[in-house]
Design a protein around this ligand. Structure first.
Ligand code: HEM
Length: 457
């Protein structure tokens, strides 16, 4: 430490008494496994999103009022466009670095959402959600919902035909709510869609409320992680409940994270130069009433889009309330998926009668219920997502759209439960085989918990 820096540090330490907690934090041990990098990728891509988004905010206009485009793109020269769409065309063609920042922002958003999904899968499949980490798991689900909300409000801001179609679907889903649908949709959208309020409101959500919540809640997520310490994969000869095997935060983990930041930044920059995503002129501005079949949402909304496409249009009118297909597909079923994710840790705890704290991760196949539930749910989401491509599939294969939709309906209904059952049975048989090999006479359930024992405080 240089004398000047040491003097400064001593003087701060005298006042804030930081030396001891700082040393403890810098010595914090991080377990070594690639899957722990997924959460870090999410954190770093979120930082890139905030930085690039700040630049875009200087030039974006959150309004749907018509304006005449006078920028350098010949495609829209002199054309009346919604101000939001016009400002994005201007950003792409006339603002220095505008297109680069737009592409970096887009790329970082895909990476952020993809790494969050994979991080969630690793938490779920390896049992990192077990006591005492249920609060952090539940907080993670809230983070995931906010992440999806950020993605949706983000691509809605372009106000191109994809954005408008997506917003209209969201409006119809709220409208379909029994009892309070009209009031809810009008309250959120400021009237009957399309309204002039929707883009300004989505803008506030996208650039202030949701990122603010993410910053605060990711901070809390990491603070809980530090307080509870990491889980780790089992290591022969090491009691993982007593000791963590890994590297200290300073300097090893910091060096590894710095390398990761450089990789993420580099890959996003290369992708921004090579991949022409965010071409806003591709679909044209949103024209109310027009629904383009080419309007395909971003991949992370495919499962919701697919569900809405597959679900048959019906209406049950009971006294005082109407329930329709849009409500079931757009609100009820996604609610069930999130409900299942929220309840799963508590279900598993009951089924396997788990007690105490658990710090050692597991092979998902060692826990048949988890393997079946996790992969069954994931495959259901994949089939729903695949249904979002029905228009394109119908065009490519020549099969009528109804035929394609029926195919995905059948797959979504039957394949995931069958897959879940097959994985469950395979895992049980695998455990029974291991039972015979390792400890004849022990039940499969006791082997289910292999690699874990109650923690010592
Ligand atoms: C905005 C999105 C998120 C960010 C930025 C984030 C970030 C992180 C980071 C950096 C870690 C430590 C490294 C690791 O264990 O991978 C972590 C741990 C954890 N995360 Fe997340 N996370 C997010 C969403 C989620 C979600 C969706 C869930 C689950 C539903 C979740 C549950 C957990 C749990 C339980 C831990 C502790 C795991 C352990 O100790 O092994 N997180 N998170």
């Amino acid at each position: 430490m240089t004398p000047l820096f040491a003097l400064l540090f001593d003087s701060v330490d005298q006042r804030l008494r930081l030396r001891k907690p700082a040393r403890k934090t810098l010595n914090k041990v991080f377990p070594h496994h690639w899957s722990f990098l997924l959460g870090e990728v999410a954190v770093f891509s979120f930082v890139i999103l905030v930085l690039t988004g700040t630049y875009l905010t200087f030039f974006y206009r959150a309004s749907t009022d018509p304006v005449i485009y006078t920028g350098s793109s010949s495609l829209y020269d002199g054309v009346r466009l919604p101000a939001a769409y016009e400002s994005v065309i201007r950003l792409s063609n006339d603002v220095p670095g505008g297109l680069l920042f737009r592409r970096l922002h887009r790329g970082a958003s895909h990476l952020f959402i993809a790494s969050t999904v994979l991080h969630m899968l690793r938490i779920l499949l390896t049992g990192a959600f077990r006591q005492p980490r249920e609060p952090n798991y539940l907080l993670g689900i809230v983070l995931f919902m906010i992440t999806l909300g950020s993605g949706f409000t983000g691509y809605s801001l372009l106000y191109d035909s994809l954005a408008g179609t997506g917003i209209r679907i969201a409006y119809s889903s709220l409208l379909a709510f029994p009892f309070i649908g009209d009031q809810l949709a009008f309250w959120v959208f400021g009237g009957e869609f399309p309204t002039g309020d929707v883009i300004p409101r989505f803008f506030v959500l996208h650039v202030m409320l949701l990122p603010g919540l993410l910053i605060g809640l990711v901070g809390l997520h990491l603070a809980i992680l530090v307080r509870q310490r990491h889980t780790q994969f089992p290591r022969r000869g090491v009691d993982g409940h007593q000791f963590i095997l890994g590297k200290p935060l300073w300097p090893s983990q910091v060096a590894e994270s710095a390398t990761l930041v450089l990789w993420i930044g580099g890959l996003l920059a290369v992708a921004a130069v090579l991949v022409p995503w965010s071409d806003v002129s591709l679909l044209g501005p949103y024209v109310p009433g027009e629904v383009g079949n080419n309007a395909q949402p971003d991949w992370f909304m495919f499962w919701l889009d697919g569900m809405l496409r597959m679900f048959p249009a019906f209406e049950w009118s009971l006294p005082g309330v109407t329930i329709n297909g849009v409500f079931v597909a757009g609100i009820l079923l996604p609610g069930l998926v999130f409900g299942a994710l929220i309840l799963y840790p508590f279900l598993e705890k009951r089924v396997y009668r788990l007690e105490g704290d658990w710090h050692v991760l597991q092979n998902p196949l060692d826990i048949p219920l988890r393997a079946g539930f996790g992969l069954g749910t994931f495959s259901a989401i994949l089939f729903m997502s695949a249904a979002a491509t029905s228009d394109q599939l119908s065009r490519i294969t020549g099969v009528p759209i109804e035929g394609v939709l029926w195919f995905w309906r059948i797959m979504t209904l039957f394949a995931p439960p069958l897959l879940a059952l097959a994985i469950y049975r395979y895992s049980r048989r695998r455990l029974a085989r291991r039972d015979l090999e390792v400890a004849p006479g022990e039940s499969a359930e006791s082997q289910d918990l292999a690699g874990a024992s109650p923690a010592h405080d």
